[in-house]
Design a binder for this molecule. Structure first.
Ligand code: NAP
Ligand code: MG
Length: 508
């Protein structure tokens, strides 16, 4: 892919305008495939956060935005979807050169999912129960009661580097659909596509509705999380930072949703259709070099088919083409950074030390023309036990742990024996067996004979330490609203309000 996009320097995006950071400082954005600096972004600080939050607050207090009719809001959401499509090439390019996601994936899956998400939200908003009437109560006296759903206010979105613009959209779309305003802090590796997306969205929403402050998690992220004028924090990232955010947000009792890490189990039953299950489970773990939170990183395989499965997994893995993610034939791109490479390689070392066997991969390789990037071979460990570090900790790299089992109930028990609970999967030709296993799996999504099938109309989020709350689907709208109970008395006469006698027992 080639394009004429100018990616030299990106200021902050506040109140509908590009603004330099107060400090005047910038930081470098690097292409993980080549190691080259491709752009600079403004290094935001507390002063910039204050400006963005103020703009977002003013935009929220504007009734025209907050109380816009659902049909008008649907028009805006559809317009955003259309603009994403018009600017697809630029968005895809910025995403690929900064995140290392392949153009094969970003230009087909991510961009379509984003446009579809805004369209789905436009549909949902038309049917959303903004006001529900409750039945007349049996006691203490007649009254009219409503439940109203109102926007929460200024929402801070803090996003990771792996699928930056799609994950930002999971937060922006429902927030805007419900009449909130947003301040986003993208990951420092990947600020570019989020900035561009905000600029695109700003052409159809009032100034201040969407703002982006780039800068460090420690400064910008933490300040947003504690800011008294921020009403909600929506975070996607590691469980470690999620814990920190939850604790910081508690100071001001902020509404908080967290999408965190995973160590998702994929279970082959004896009757799995291996023709599909072998490439399917690899699709589940090696897509985006394993840098997806829902990756199926632990594969449970029964004794009876174990050798055949391992052989197939190795054969399919060796076919995968690593390369520059801008090349349309590349199937796996680089990992995000040298630091992430070192983390992954140290996990591979720990797997070897703990006695697991490398069936394929395990090393860093050099890709011609991308000597400055970090590429790791798709790696499969066999002889893994579920208590090993490589089976318990999130590696966020192209590493699969194959765990052998003889009793399916034991496999399910081990599958659930993790602090995480984001995704899980089961591979079988028998749908009844599949549902039986599915019921027992503790995960926010279970795929039967498939992986990575996230839908804009289905909720996504984690059990246990994989998070709190759900994104996508109608459920995500609830996460951006608060409830107000409105009671209207229908008893005008004091003497008929006998419940007041609880306090005033001696009536005149
Ligand atoms: P991360 O280190 O947790 O960072 C995520 C975001 O939080 C970044 O914008 C980061 O900013 C910011 N941040 C860092 N420290 C912060 C702090 N003290 N206070 C506030 N914000 C802070 O995660 P990552 O390394 O970018 O992404 C990988 C992780 O995300 C994996 O664990 C993965 O499983 C998880 N993930 C989960 C999902 C899901 O939907 N469940 C999706 C994708 C990724 P800087 O970049 O400036 O440090
Ligand atoms: Mg990080």
């Amino acid at each position: 892919m080639t394009t004429n996009v100018d990616v030299k320097s990106f200021p902050l995006f506040i109140n509908g305008e590009w603004k330099q950071a107060e400090s005047g400082q910038t930081f470098d954005v690097t292409n993980p495939a080549t190691g080259e600096v491709i752009a600079t972004a403004a290094k935001g600080s507390k002063e910039d956060v204050d400006k963005a939050v103020k703009a977002a607050r003013e935009a929220f207090e504007n009734e025209e935005w907050r109380e816009m009719k659902p049909k008008d809001r649907a028009v805006i959401l559809n317009a955003i979807a259309q603009k994403i499509t018009v600017h697809a090439e630029e968005l895809v390019y910025l995403e690929v050169i900064s995140s290392g996601g392949t153009v094969r994936r970003v230009s087909s899956n991510d961009i379509l999912q984003m446009a579809d998400l805004f369209q789905q939200m436009a549909k949902f908003v038309l049917d959303y129960p903004f006001s529900e009437t409750l039945p007349v109560p049996p006691f203490p006296g007649p009254s009219h009661n409503f439940v109203w759903r109102e926007p929460i206010g200024v929402c801070a979105a803090i996003t990771p580097w792996n699928m930056p613009m799609l994950i930002a959209s999971w937060k922006i779309a429902p927030a805007l659909a419900m009449g909130n305003t947003v301040v986003i802090k993208p990951a420092s590796y990947t600020p570019l596509s989020t900035l561009k997306l905000a600029e695109i969205i700003s052409t159809v929403v009032p100034p201040g509705v969407i703002n982006v402050v780039t800068g460090s998690g420690k400064e910008v992220g933490e300040y947003l999380t504690t800011h008294p004028e921020v009403d909600k924090v929506a975070f996607t990232g590691s469980t470690e930072v999620g814990k920190k955010i939850m604790s910081l947000a508690s100071e001001t009792i902020k509404n908080t949703t967290l999408e965190l890490g995973g160590k998702s189990p994929s279970i082959f039953l004896e009757d799995a259709d291996l023709e599909v299950a072998i490439p399917g489970s690899l699709f589940g773990v090696f897509l985006h070099s394993g840098q997806l939170c829902e990756s199926g990183t632990r594969l449970f395989v029964p004794d009876s088919i174990y050798d055949k499965v391992v052989k197939g997994l190795v054969q399919w893995s060796k076919r995968l083409k690593l390369g520059n993610p801008l090349d349309a034939t590349t199937e796996i791109g680089p990992v995000i950074s040298k630091q992430q490479r070192d983390t992954i390689l140290s996990y591979i070392e720990s797997g070897k030390k703990e006695g697991a066997t490398i069936a394929c991969g395990g090393k860093e390789i050099t890709v011609d023309g991308c000597e400055g990037g970090s590429f790791i071979e798709p790696t499969i460990f066999t002889n893994v036990t579920n208590d090993m570090k490589i089976a318990q900790e999130e590696i966020f790299g192209p590493v699969l742990s194959v765990i052998r089992y003889s009793d399916v109930n034991e496999a399910i028990k081990q599958a659930n024996d993790t602090i995480y609970g984001l995704a899980a999967g089961v591979w079988t030709k028998d749908v009844n067996k599949a549902y039986d296993v599915t019921r027992k799996l503790k995960a926010g999504v279970v795929w039967i004979n498939d992986w990575h099938m996230l839908r804009n109309d289905a909720p996504f989020g984690g059990y246990k330490q994989s998070g709190i709350g759900r994104e996508m689907g109608k459920h995500s709208l609830d996460a951006y609203t608060q409830l107000k109970h409105v009671h209207t008395s229908m008893v005008p006469q004091l003497e008929k309000r006998n419940w007041y006698q609880i306090l005033f027992s001696q009536s005149e």
